[in-house]
Design a protein around this ligand. Structure first.
Ligand code: PGA
Length: 256
């Protein structure tokens, strides 16, 4: 696990943007794994700008989102399908047929989940997967207790996750209690993973992900088992790590 600490959330987004640009320019047909949530919003804004200025194209890329709420259709404003259109897909040239998000309205969610894993495998596996981190250290919607070998599947959301995401349900819709999520086993198959976390509310989850021995109770700690993981943090999210560094910050501070 390489840990990189940047001065601000903007600098974290710059770093992640640059890594995705490098990936797409090196391999235009890359298979990308993509997250939703608040943390990656500035990354998508930067990617849209780089597309507009001709720096990158998504024309040959394939994308797989981490998760979707069960019970929400792609037109629901709080669905992750709507999030992705709003923040990325409506503004770049990624063909619709190569953009994948689990179908939250699938009549057979188990079959939908199995088909999702097959589609990832058929695309050649994910070359680069971007992840956020929940305050309870979830990755995707793999909540504490998730098996490290788990595949894409229907999951129950933790109460803390529902509370954290309630802010997106402004129209009176009750936040869903279940989701389809890539499994931890599915995530660990990505050839390269970037985890981004910003803000003080993530500091404890970051500490547990990086410092604790891998345990099902800390889903993010499974990433210690991956060969190629970069954790990118702002100072606030790294605040419970830094006292372990000697000399402070230097070991993990990447060039700006
Ligand atoms: P956030 O969510 O980016 O909105 O904090 C991250 C997550 O829950 O994975």
């Amino acid at each position: 696990m390489e840990v990189i600490v940047r001065a601000s959330a903007d600098a974290v987004a710059d770093y992640v943007h640059d890594r995705i640009v490098e990936q797409l320019r090196g391999v235009p047909s890359s298979v990308l794994g993509l997250p939703t949530g608040g943390t990656p919003v500035p990354v998508y804004a930067r990617l849209v700008e780089s597309y507009r200025t001709g720096v990158i194209s998504f024309k040959q890329a394939t994308t797989f989102n981490l998760d979707e709420y069960i019970g929400l259709g792609s037109e629901h404003p709080a669905s992750y399908a709507a999030y992705m259109r709003h923040h990325l897909f409506d503004h770049v040239d990624c063909p619709a047929r190569r953009r994948h998000i689990p179908d939250g309205l699938a009549s057979d969610v188990d079959a939908e989940a199995a088909a999702y894993d097959r589609a990832i495998a058929n695309a050649g596996g994910m070359g680069l997967l971007l992840l956020g981190l929940g305050e309870n250290a979830h990755i995707g919607f793999n909540e504490p207790g998730s098996d490290f070998a788990s595949r894409t599947r229907p999951v129950d959301l933790a109460a803390s996750t529902m509370a954290a995401n309630a802010r997106y349900f402004t129209d009176g819709t009750r936040p869903p209690t279940r989701a389809l999520s890539m499994g931890i086993g599915t995530i660990l198959e990505a050839r390269s993973i970037i985890v981004m976390a910003t803000g003080p509310r993530k500091a404890e989850a970051v500490r547990r992900m990086v410092r604790e021995a891998p345990t099902n109770e800390v889903p993010g700690s499974a990433l210690q088992l991956s060969r190629d993981v970069t954790v990118v943090l702002d100072h606030a999210a790294s605040s419970k790590l830094e006292r372990h560094l000697r000399p402070p910050c230097q070991q993990q501070q990447a060039p700006q």
